[in-house]
Design a protein around this ligand. Structure first.
Ligand SMILES: Cc1ncc(COP(=O)(O)O)c(C=O)c1O
Length: 307
């Protein structure tokens, strides 16, 4: 299967999809030390396309490199420019953007430090990650038997390739059991996040989300939605909460670049609220789509136009 894309940016140049390959002894393939991002570009209300919060994503990519002790050979400006160039080369209006920084081949073993650091940027059209139906009517989530990483075992603020084994196992377990998404607890038993999304819970008109100081990825969508909510005079409370707080919530939604703002209609077979996306979820979902699609001009700094 080929993703719908023609050109991939590799180490400073655009190459054909078929030529964007790596050696089987690529270090990151074996041990997982690498950094990646997930970014979206949206067709705007005025017909142009724009990448949403590109600066924040590239910043997090470089922070992940720093956390993972990877010396990225390209700087922030070069990487931002490369993302835009790749979208343009593929003629995409709406797409997902996947930069990855990885260690090449030549030396094996955990002590290896001499492998070249490579950067690849791919783009492809990607619809609703948790499905159109989920985006509109809400998804069914299940508490995972896998804990989210302990903060002393993994570097939880980094999007480090190998760490995603944990999320994949949780996601597969939930899907095999017939659910759409897994919600993970931290190692102390408090809610952490979903396999690839942060979580928001609404109780008596207050919006709760797990704090940045806990075992969660600092989601850029989480930050965007919190800002949009505060601008609409909602109170955002960042604190730890337990799984039963979810069962009795009025509304729940998840945020992520891929999943956008997805309502949750069921957790562990308990109906959340009325079983339909609630009013606050709908308001914030609409505000989010207005922002990413340029229908709301309050935050021009969030949009990088693809020219
Ligand atoms: C584990 C995890 N949590 C949360 C998120 C949401 O982050 P963002 O909103 O920056 O896409 C992601 C996606 O990158 C993720 O992989």
């Amino acid at each position: 299967m080929k993703l719908e894309t023609d050109k991939v940016w590799m180490d400073g140049e655009l190459v054909d999809y078929e030529d964007a390959t790596v050696h089987v002894l690529t270090h990151t393939l074996h041990y997982g030390l690498g950094a990646f991002e997930g970014i979206r570009c949206y067709k705007q209300a005025d017909g142009r396309s724009a990448v949403f919060r590109l600066g924040a994503h590239i910043r997090r990519l470089l922070e992940t490199c720093k956390i993972a002790t990877i010396d990225c050979p390209f700087d922030r400006q070069q990487l931002e420019k490369a993302c835009v160039e790749t979208i343009r080369a593929n003629g995409l209006e709406d797409c997902y953007i996947r930069p990855v920084v990885f260690l090449g081949h030549g030396e094996m073993g955990l002590a290896a430090t001499s492998n070249q650091v490579h950067v690849a940027i791919s783009t492809w059209p990607w619809g609703a990650y948790l499905g159109d139906e989920g985006l509109e009517h809400g998804i069914r989530a299940k508490m995972s038997s896998f804990n989210r990483h302990h903060v002393n075992a993994s570097m939880v603020k980094g999007k480090i390739n190998g760490q995603y084994v944990n999320g994949i196992l949780a996601k597969r377990e939930a899907m095999t059991a017939g659910y759409d998404e897994a919600i993970m607890l931290d190692t102390e038993g408090y809610i952490s996040e979903a396999s690839g999304e942060n979580i928001f819970v609404i109780s008596e008109n207050r919006i709760f989300t797990t704090p940045l100081g806990s075992s969660i990825l600092g989601g850029i969508t989480r930050d965007t939605v919190a800002k949009l909510a505060r601008e609409r005079d909602f109170e955002i409370v960042e604190q730890r909460f337990t799984r039963d707080f979810l069962y009795v919530a009025d509304e729940i939604f998840m945020t992520g670049t891929a999943a956008e703002v997805t309502p949750v209609r069921e957790v562990d077979d308990r109906t959340i609220g009325t079983g339909k996306p609630g009013p606050i979820t709908k308001e914030l979902q609409e505000a989010y789509f207005d922002a990413v699609k340029g229908r709301n001009t309050d935050h021009p700094e969030w949009l990088t136009i693809v020219e």
